[in-house]
Design a protein around this ligand. Structure first.
Ligand SMILES: Nc1ncnc2c1ncn2[C@@H]1O[C@H](COP(=O)(O)OP(=O)(O)O)[C@@H](O)[C@H]1O
Ligand SMILES: [Mg+2]
Length: 400
């Protein structure tokens, strides 16, 4: 409960600072070449050292998903392996709940992996001679938890991941997606604060994969776990990550929320990398709405309305009421007709049933609506006041 109450306030659970990992003997020479600006492949050729991670820093907030993405060999796995010290960093800090795990002794590390940080692997890493229950309860077994308690806890996790009825089936009977559910249940059984997932869904077929993404998001929502999620699929990274880091050659090219990356990629590499994302699932109305250039009062007389539209060079104006509430759209033709008919105001010629949307709706969810209406959609706040408009062109450009 207290966790839920605190969840408003961001808290950094993991802070990786200037992390470096070189593989090879001649690391001093490699470091020198790096300082002189040499590239990874030159360094490998000349010194035999692989620069797997070069000065990586990022923070992960408690209860959030941090997605790390990059091509194969860009250093993603090495980052997560350093975070639970399966690999010792060449330099840098890994602050977990404020403590640098690089300097922990064996016993502390053992404790950390047993109760604070769990890992889920792409290859599932299950024991085929044990059944589902035996795999999920394994960690608790190792900790010496009695059979009754560990099986109760394990069953809870088995149900959480949607495997009720499968507890006593052999691993060999399970599909890939189900095996990964077991992997997740096993990782959750220790009730860790941080879950490390290294391409957990990459071995699954696309349908099972989508299923598991959805499943993991709902488990995460339920349990509020912090997750570092590795993937090489940009759409998966954007779907899962509250924050996304894009890696290239051992460095992070850009860090940010999916919307930030989509709206302002830091460089051409990121831009190209994001090329295949579906922007309609990332951007919402507020990212593409614009301010209407011509606003008219409902009681305006036709001559004033026409003058306003001419000044602003538009053929439709947005009509608002006394409290800024949105009334509808006035077409230039209708205003001209009103003037011709000597009407006292434009009130009777306004188009009033204009579809409207809220700022936070995803663009993907308004494509249908936009394609059915001839004018831009009105963006209204919760009191019905006009905040902006979304043109069809703006919506279409997100589809490109
Ligand atoms: N144990 C190791 N020994 C030597 N080189 C390694 C080792 N592990 C990873 N590397 C190298 O480090 C780089 C980053 O690898 P990795 O972290 O596995 O990338 P990713 O997970 O993004 O595919 C690669 O060039 C890889 O060959
Ligand atoms: Mg990897």
């Amino acid at each position: 409960m207290s966790q839920a109450l605190n969840s408003e306030k961001p808290e950094t659970i993991l802070s990786v600072r200037n992390l470096r990992k070189f593989f090879g003997i001649n690391r001093a020479a490699a470091r020198k070449m790096l300082q002189e600006g040499a590239g990874k492949s030159d360094i490998l050729k000349r010194t035999g050292v692989t620069v797997a991670i070069d000065d990586v820093s990022f923070d992960v907030e408690r209860g959030k998903i941090f997605a790390l993405i990059g091509l194969s060999g860009s250093g993603k796995s090495t980052v997560v392996r350093c975070v639970n010290m399966l690999q010792r960093p060449t330099s840098g800090q890994i602050l977990f709940e404020g403590r640098d795990i690089v300097h922990m002794d064996k016993k502390e590390l053992y404790e950390l992996r047993r109760s604070k940080i769990s890992m889920v692997f792409q290859s599932f890493g299950l024991m085929s001679h044990r059944d589902v229950m035996g795999n999920v309860a394994y960690g608790l077994d190792v900790r010496g938890i009695g059979k009754g308690d560990r099986e109760r806890k394990a069953m809870e996790m088995i149900e959480l991941v949607g495997l009720e009825g499968w507890a006593h089936k052999p691993i060999g009977d399970l599909s890939g997606g189900m095996k990964q559910r077991v992997g997740i249940a096993r990782a959750l059984c220790n009730d860790p604060d941080l879950l490390l997932m290294d391409e957990p869904f990459s071995a699954l077929d696309p349908l099972a994969r989508r299923d598991m993404q959805f499943e993991l998001l709902s488990i995460q929502k339920k349990l509020g776990k912090t997750i570092v999620f590795i993937t090489h699929d940009i759409n998966e990274a954007f779907k899962m990550g509250d924050t996304v880091g894009i890696m290239r050659d051992g460095r992070i090219e850009q860090l940010g929320a999916p919307t930030e990356l989509a709206l302002s990629p830091a460089n051409d590499y990121v831009k190209e990398f994001l090329g295949s994302i579906d922007k309609t699932k990332v951007l919402s109305v507020r990212h593409i709405m614009i301010t209407p250039s011509c606003l008219i009062r409902e009681q305006a007389d036709p001559v004033t309305a026409i003058r306003e539209m001419r000044v602003n060079d538009v053929s439709t104006a947005y009509v608002i009421g006394r409290k800024m509430e949105f009334i509808g759209i006035l077409a230039l033709n209708a205003a001209l007709q009103a003037r011709h008919d000597n009407l006292p105001s434009v009130a009777s010629v306004i188009t009033r049933d204009v579809p409207n949307v809220e700022q936070n709706v995803l663009i993907g969810d308004i494509i249908g609506l936009a394609s059915e209406t001839p004018f831009p959609l009105a963006v209204l706040d919760d009191r019905g006041r006009l905040e902006g408009i979304v043109s069809r062109a703006a919506i279409l450009s997100c589809l490109l």
